[in-house]
Design a binder for this molecule. Structure first.
Ligand code: NAD
Length: 505
């Protein structure tokens, strides 16, 4: 698979095992956020395209749910192997389509490899329970059953990893899927689906429909034949998805935004902390749901941390993510650049000190793309908007705290609860943080990013609605429990009533 040349290619939807144009023939084009170069032309689908995809997925479900789970898993093993073989090419294309530097793009693909292998193995587990009955000659068990068609709606920031978090567990559990990827990264979603096709997934089991969230995304959420919606994206859209799914009481899984904090205690290793903050705040240009957009530092180490962090941030090289020298790639599009800069203006007007950055970078050809300088605000108060709202760019806010209690209070004082971290050498403080930080993820002596696929992933409060991706937790969303009672006594035995009559030995 070659990297892009200058010629753009036209891509299609994948419905019922066929690559097809959208009804109406409308298209949209994607561009490289580092260079402005056109990358590909994709179908701008309508509701009727989504209807066809759902119908294909519904038909395929009747067959797929009966394929033995170990066999479903075998297809996923082949998918994982293909991801591994294509890792380098996929990473290159990802850097061109969404901008993150190539090693991070390779990490994104690796996450999909790990997730797909993990869920492939689940084909030979998908454990239920057996438990003794209160009655004689009676057997009890619970099994996991698939639910039906899953509507998977994904963002652009992890264009291979996030679809894999949803689709690998959905498929191994026996569901079929319609994927509606983000408009900014349709090419990687297309590559994702091509690999499943090549691995031998039967037609209709996985379908992809490109287009806008307001049209095909919302239609998928409302569709009466789609009982499960798995959505990753912004809080605002997550609320709309919940509202649109409510009339049919659909199961909705939400993975939304974050405002993640790193706490730095006065006994922390400051050099290690600086590494953790740089990686968490500026990696993927700050466009991770787990990005560290707040750093809550103990009064005694605040100045040392600020000066080391600012010094390092100023040395970070902006550029095309394919260039090995680049530390920070572009942000995704003009709207993101405008939003990030508007928060710089908000921070200044709120009285925070702009320590570094705070501007669009235009030198040496950067003006062809969407580049923002790594930005550090100091003297930030916990209630300021730059300390409360998700910016989703390379901006972080330094906040002071006098002790662990204040630091944890500040860390928790936001509407989100995705990731959190503490740098300390004091085991007591580490355990306090593990218990008291109100977030789905807590790191000790590491930044706020770095989840592995075999633990649950997700957040508390406004980050979601209580479900988790990854690990065993994902299976709970993509299956329904069924409890089964088998009475082999040959007579009517009434639970709770006849059980009282059984003599206690
Ligand atoms: P977004 O909410 O704008 O879009 C996400 C997806 O929803 C896209 O595919 C979009 O087309 C679709 N969509 C838009 N309107 C819709 C509607 N009315 N109905 C159905 N679908 C609709 O988010 P984004 O800008 O692509 O991604 C950034 C956001 O995602 C950030 O808030 C980030 O924190 C969050 N995110 C969360 C996680 C997590 O696991 N918690 C991971 C990655 C990103």
């Amino acid at each position: 698979m070659a990297l892009f040349g200058t010629k753009t290619t036209t891509y299609r939807n994948y419905i019922g095992g066929e690559w097809v144009d959208a009804a109406g023939g409308k298209t949209f084009e994607t561009k490289n956020p580092a260079t402005g170069e056109a990358l590909g032309v994709f179908p701008s689908s309508r509701a009727e395209d989504m209807d066809k995809a759902v119908e294909a997925a519904k038909d395929a479900y009747e067959h797929w749910r009966l394929v033995p789970a170990p066999k479903r898993g075998e297809i996923l093993f082949r998918v994982a192997k293909l991801f591994a073989e294509r890792k380098d090419d996929l990473a290159g294309e990802m850097t061109q389509e969404m901008g993150k530097v190539r090693p991070e793009a390779a990490g994104d693909v690796q996450e999909a490899i790990d997730m797909t292998y993990y869920m492939a193995g689940e084909g030979r587990r998908l454990f239920g329970h057996t438990t003794p009955s209160e009655l004689r000659d009676k057997f009890m068990m619970s099994t996991r059953n698939p639910v039906g068609v899953v509507g998977a709606i994904t963002p652009w920031n992890f264009p291979i990893a996030i679809p894999s978090w949803k689709i690998a567990p959905a498929l191994v559990c026996g569901n079929t899927v319609v994927l509606k990827p983000a408009e900014d990264t349709p090419l990687l979603a297309e590559r994702f689906v091509e690999i499943f096709e090549e691995a031998g997934l039967p037609p209709g089991v996985l379908n992809i429909v490109h287009g806008t969230g307001e049209t095909v995304g919302a239609h998928l959420v409302r569709h009466p034949d789609v009982p499960l919606i798995s959505f990753t994206g912004s809080r605002e859209v997550g609320i709309q998805v919940t509202q649109n799914a409510a009339p049919l009481l659909k199961h909705v899984h939400l993975e939304l935004g974050g405002k993640n904090a790193i706490i730095v205690m006065d006994d922390a290793d400051i050099d290690l902390t600086v590494e953790g903050v740089l990686w968490s705040a500026f990696g993927t240009s700050g466009q991770r749901c787990t990005a560290a957009s707040r750093v809550i530092a103990h009064e005694r180490v605040y100045d040392e941390l600020r000066s080391k962090l600012v010094g390092r941030a100023e040395k970070m090289q902006l550029g095309n993510g394919l260039d090995e020298e680049t530390d920070v790639g572009p942000v995704i599009n003009q709207a993101a650049l405008d939003k990030i800069h508007s928060y710089t203006e908000i921070g200044k007007s709120e009285g925070a000190t702009l320590e570094t950055g705070g501007e669009v970078a235009t030198e040496s050809g950067l003006d062809k793309g969407f580049f923002y300088r790594p930005t550090v605000f100091g003297d930030v108060e916990p209630g300021m908007r730059i300390a409360q709202e998700e910016i989703f760019g390379p901006t972080t806010a330094l906040i002071r705290a006098n002790d662990i209690d204040e630091a944890i209070r500040t860390a928790n004082g936001i509407p989100f609860g995705l990731s959190s971290s503490i740098f300390t050498r004091d085991v007591n403080k580490a355990f306090r943080a593990m218990r008291d930080l109100n977030a789905g993820i807590t790191y000790i002596n590491a930044g706020t990013t770095g989840a592995e696929v075999h633990l649950p992933f997700g957040g508390t409060k406004g980050t979601g609605n209580g479900h988790r991706e990854a690990g065993q937790a994902a299976l709970d969303f993509y299956t329904e429990w069924k409890s089964i009672y088998v009475d082999y006594s040959g007579k009517l035995q009434r639970a709770q009533i006849d059980a009282m009559d059984s003599p206690t030995p």
